[in-house]
Design a protein around this ligand. Sequence first.
Ligand SMILES: *Cc1c(COP(=O)(O)O)cnc(C)c1O
Length: 362
Amino acid sequence: MPHQIRPQPGIMDIALYQGGTAKIAGREDALKLSSNENPFGAGELAREAYRRAGHDLHRYPSTDHAGLRAALAASYGLDAARIICGVGSDEVITFLCQGFAGPGDEVLYSQHGFLMYPISAMAAGATPVKAPERDRTTDIDALLDAVTDRTKLVFVANPNNPTGTFVPLSELERLADSLPPQTLLVLDGAYAEYVDGYDGGAALVDTRENVVMTRTFSKLHGLGGLRIGWGYGPAHVMDVLNRLRGPFNLSNTQLDVAEAALGDAAHITRSLSENARLRGWLAEKLSAAGVATDQSFANFVLARFDTPAQATACNAALLADGLIVRQVSSYGLPEALRITVGDESACRRVAHSITRFMEGKG
Ligand SMILES: *Cc1c(COP(=O)(O)O)cnc(C)c1O
């Protein structure tokens, strides 16, 4: 008899997430600049903690993550009791959708927003809804216009990915204060550390009942492969998320390495200052070559071409030079390429390759 095993409604409508390309066949010297990874990798303290963790592989991890939560609270001046740690911030995003949105509910995000928002919304049975951006920047009024009485969650990445643009805290505050009472605002701070003086929305969380912040160790701390993220929110929200969280969702290794990374001031400072310097340098070189970028507040730049065909051709030229960047058509930006800010030699190779392409020699 043919089986009649069927998934829950809507699951087969979820588009599979396409990660950044990692390799070029036959090229050992290929450089991956497609996933916003820290070009310096993890810091020395994190690597040391990783090696040490090998001695305790038989031990079950902490279920309450008290050590890492205390370290995060101390680093950022937060209330440790209202921090949750997850398998990447992706897991925290998943918990938020599971906990607060279901069939008939809407999950709102902006036009070029992170693809994990619609994926997680649909996995929870909810309906993802997009609001337009203005000049590739989050438009608070457009988000507010798109809110209905079914809107349960609003996701705003700030800085945004893949655009790199940033909206000031005052705008986020206005959004939080204008949402209807059933709507939770999620501020995704995956790139918050790259913005000098920005707290990722932590103070908004502390002064309101309807704001949650998500953060990650994947970007600045160079730990994307280990999968550690966290969230911070009001007690009533954290109580929901903690019921969804598996007791052993993070391993000893993840917890120990994250804590070590948080204390590695030298690695953090170097990563931030090199990123700021090279991001500015790269944007200038692209501009000189005739390629526009918006001011980026993150660890990547979005290079805009005249047409999707030109972006595709430039991508091919970069690949021929062993450089892997990210085409972002799936984010509604077919005329653009997202380029992670690498180390100095990577940035020079990118600038050289794109300049040659624009001169018609690529
Ligand atoms: C990279 C990124 C994340 C981080 O995801 P992790 O699961 O923590 O690796 C979250 N949000 C945005 C917008 C990102 O670009």
